[in-house]
Design a protein around this ligand. Structure first.
Ligand code: ZN
Length: 390
């Protein structure tokens, strides 16, 4: 009989693993949703959830789904905390979240123009420690750090895979440097990939297997999700739509190429176009004025939408996603940006009558990338080894 009990034990372990994995991936699921996500029977799900609650790995709380009462299963808070760091051209956002993907602290810091890796990571590490203390927690409770960068990243080495995009960060083992500062596992990824991960698991793309996430703030990039998984490509440059050439005679791009989409749609290009007619504006001014109906401000946003749409059409034709989710600060422009994007997609793609690609704004807004940075830590962490029994 020993072989039988042995195989039953390993089956139970596998089922436990499947449930923990699903809860971790989606931040929280009801028992009915867990049945759907794992393919296990309702009775098995119920038994394992009770066991996991007993050992302190998950928590169950009442919630409602489509008007019905349900039990929401999340990972337990005491499993630990994850830190997310999103580095932008001029700001850095740092967040702490628990294993329910609930952000418990968040802070934004301004960064100097062309900031350098060592000083920025020093500030980030100090801020993480400071925020942990303010939360009444300590470094011991931190399980890992996710870092999002506005550049293509080779996740295996934690290095930027194209030189010149972030000066002062080239040829540096970013994950390694940050690991030394905090002595925790560090996962570095492209910010659009992290936004895609967050929208796919917690936001507008929940339940969608194939999607593109367009991150458009000061510059533009995309994250690709295929079959429910992030697709980074061979060395991390998948989805770099900002560096597709749209004008062979255009301006030289910071990547060294000419007339990249980014040179046409990046925020300083939009602001420069408005300089003669509107004077010096910030990106926020442009978004606000467009909302109030300023035709010039609306026009530059619409033209940017059209340019992005023409590049997206190629990506959509190749990958056939169900959904395009637009995030980042520029997504606040809503239909002013999305409508020309849709028009361009319709004009340039095979007319798929069964399921034309849908274009929507994200659910997580400007927080998608930082939520993704946190989510990537949670996905890499084996919760059964982080001391749920503590
Ligand atoms: Zn470029």
């Amino acid at each position: 009989m020993s072989w039988q009990s042995g195989s039953q034990t390993s089956l139970r372990e596998a089922n436990r693993g499947a449930i923990l994995e699903a809860v971790k991936r989606f931040g929280g699921l009801t028992q009915v949703e867990l049945v759907g996500a794992t393919g296990l029977s309702p009775a098995t799900v119920s038994t394992i959830v009770k066991e996991l609650t007993g050992s302190g790995l998950v928590e169950v709380q009442p919630t409602s789904r489509s008007g019905r009462r349900a039990q929401l299963v999340t990972l337990a808070r005491r499993v630990g905390l994850a830190a997310g760091i999103q580095v932008g051209p001029r700001t850095m956002r740092v967040a702490l979240a628990d294993f329910t993907s609930e952000v418990c602290a968040e802070q934004v810091l301004p960064l100097p123009f062309e900031h350098r890796m060592d000083t920025t990571l020093d500030r980030a590490a100090l801020l993480v420690v400071d925020m942990l203390e303010r939360e009444g927690s300590s470094l011991a409770e931190l399980v890992g750090v996710g870092v999002g960068l506005p550049a293509p990243v080779d996740v295996d080495t934690g290095m930027i895979s194209v030189r010149g995009i972030m000066r002062g960060w080239d040829d540096e083992h970013i994950a390694h440097v940050m690991t030394k500062r905090l002595e925790k596992p560090v996962y570095v990824d492209n910010d659009a990939n992290l936004g895609a991960l967050a929208e796919a698991t917690l936001g507008a793309g929940r339940g969608v297997r194939d999607l593109l996430y367009v991150s458009y703030s000061h510059s533009v990039g995309a994250g690709v999700v295929i079959g429910g998984r992030l697709h980074r490509g061979f060395a991390g440059t998948a989805g770099e739509i900002g560096h597709v050439q749209v004008d062979p005679m255009g301006a030289i791009c910071r990547c060294g190429s000419r007339g990249c989409l980014e040179t046409v749609v990046r925020s300083d290009a939009l602001l420069a176009t408005l300089q003669a007619s509107h004077g010096s504006l910030s990106l926020r001014d442009v978004l606000r004025r467009a909302q109030l109906g300023d035709p010039g401000c609306s026009r530059v946003i619409a033209d940017a939408g059209e340019a992005i749409g023409s590049v997206l059409a190629g990506a959509c034709q190749t990958l056939n996603p169900q959904l395009v989710i637009v995030g980042g600060e520029m997504a606040e422009a809503g239909e002013t940006l999305l409508d020309p994007m849709r028009r361009e997609l319709r004009r340039s793609m095979l007319p798929n009558v069964i399921a034309p690609v849908e274009v929507v704004t994200g659910d997580l807004g400007a927080r998608a990338e930082i939520m993704g940075a946190v989510a990537t830590v949670l996905q890499h962490t084996d919760v059964t080894e982080t001391g749920g029994e503590r």
